[in-house]
Design a protein around this ligand. Sequence first.
Ligand code: ADP
Ligand code: MG
Length: 658
Amino acid sequence: MELTSIKGIGEKTAALFDKLNIKDTGDLLRFFPAEYDLFSDISTIDRIKPGDIAAVKVYITSQPLLRHIKKMSILSFNISDGHGEMSVVYFNAPYLRNSIKRGEECVFRGKVMLRGKTLSFNNPRKYKTEDYEKLSGTKQPIYHTTKGLSSNAIQKAVKKAYEAELGIGINRKTSPLYDKLPENIIAKRKLMPYYEAIMNIHMPTDDDSLFAARTRLAYEEFYDYIIKMTRLGTYSRPNHYPMIDVADTGRFIELLPYKLTPDQSDVWNSIRNDLSSDKRMVRLLQGDVGSGKTVIAILSLLMCVSNGYQGAFMAPTEVLASQHYETVNKLIDEYKLPFKPVLLTGLIKGKARKEILESIKNGDANLIIGTHALFQDSVEYKNLALAITDEQHRFGVLQRESLVGKGDQPAVLIMSATPIPRTLAMILYGDLEVSTIHTMPVGRLPIKNCVVDTSYRPTAYKFIISEVKAGHQVYIICPQIDAGELIGVENVTEYSVQLRASLPEDIRIGVLHGQMSSAAKDKVMDDFAHGNIDVLVSTTVVEVGVNVPNATVMYVENAERFGLAQLHQLRGRVGRSDMQSFCIFMMNNSSDTAKERLDILLNSNDGFEIAAQDMKLRGPGDIFGIRQSGDVIFDIGDIYQDSELILWAKEDTAEVLI
Ligand code: ADP
Ligand code: MG
């Protein structure tokens, strides 16, 4: 159904939904909440303390006062509930003045702060008492938003879309609520019916049904994925591009400023054998962040081009593709490597693009580096013999399909920093060989970690300043882009402004997040990589593969909100040189369990082990909201958390696929 057929959605709103890639009710119903906000029962002012997220039922006891300081407007007033008094402050929302009436009874919900000696809410949500009572005790979905479209508006649209589709009926195959799983599987695995799962994922009635809904949807993702991967065919096909060992690779290894680690050497030997054997290579190379996968990719590509073929190197983001391109160009200068590289991304357009496409077609270019633009139909290769995907866990299923299908069955190497056990890898990726780099290059100092609460922030800032003065660089990660729906969660936009005020003026601060244009992101990442930015305030987009060895501090705000495996990936952005590096995990909502969880990170350096311990500590009911892997292959499923579901799906698909 078209979105505009829902009451309340016109062309304008539909265009906003389109920005989130939501084109019809089907897309909307599969636009799952990013997380859930638990509305606690109403508390009283004498029982709350700074740092809590609380709701209180109060009377407004003073007239609202509106002041202006510089460009900021400040609206403030007092509230009381008979147990205590508080103040409420709204920044930059002068229009609220008319809705605040002295003597009115209402509920405010927000993060409790301390202003001088009194408790205060900054920009809390205001509710009519009866409205809050309905919400109290429930989990409300929070959606990723875009400018002009709030999570609330999305929630309303989802409800209407759901009712409309339910009304039309769910038994037609075209219905977005149609259950595609075979009935016997649903029965065998006791899965929740699809239409119920969709309802509960958006509007959970209680934790159990939310859990069941999640299980059902995650299971189905794995089921579909395994069927697709298996249908791609088995990989054991003849090698169309047999290669011979070349001198270039050995010479390159000799000249490198470091020695390959034993694991790197082993992997390289396997790949060399693969490329020269009569069977086509399809290999997964896993290795934790910083374990040195790039050089293996370069060696493989070198062997490929020295044999007269073309090689392709695909990265999930423009930033990373450009970085690889730059790395290769440096290596060419330094080691006289026979690469003739081109960079092809979605940003390169017009004449430049045409020329690049021509050089790929006629073979003038022998190394093609880029984003998934590499595998569009318009790209024709002369003799593509090896296709490498970096950070493959960041690609969706579709891209991988087009990769395997491109050219005349080139050898395939996929690299991933999400190490998963061999058995799971074989289930998920089909019939491929798996190599793993277990150990880090030598000479790295172990990263120093600390888990702290917000009282440590001033000390942390002092530390950042001293690191910058020493010529190093710093990442600061916040969970969200703007002040979103979530209370008490730092966001890149406001944080960078506050940080500007807290750090000396000569420290250069940059901002990076996923809603910036690719060109803007590239510029910032480039500036950071070249040392023109000292402190980079970013969302987790930096998690993907970038290499800035001069960065020595990784500082994560609201660390309690991330999966430990994801924090581990973030940690891998530093400690990439012989300089001492540091990780500061800031807990903005400190509880004992949060601390206990984060402490796991201090004791282990193995992504899978970390995820497993995290799971054990939190228990399966606590799965929602914190994703482990940072994978984008699955919307809901998580290869770390759901290994049992993956095994089920494997077993069940085997019956269908015979
Ligand atoms: P990842 O596996 O996360 O892609 P990279 O390939 O980016 O890691 O490598 C991280 C850093 O380690 C790079 O600066 C690279 O030059 C360096 N490096 C790779 N292999 C070795 C090695 N054997 N000894 C020392 N440094 C190495
Ligand atoms: Mg990498």
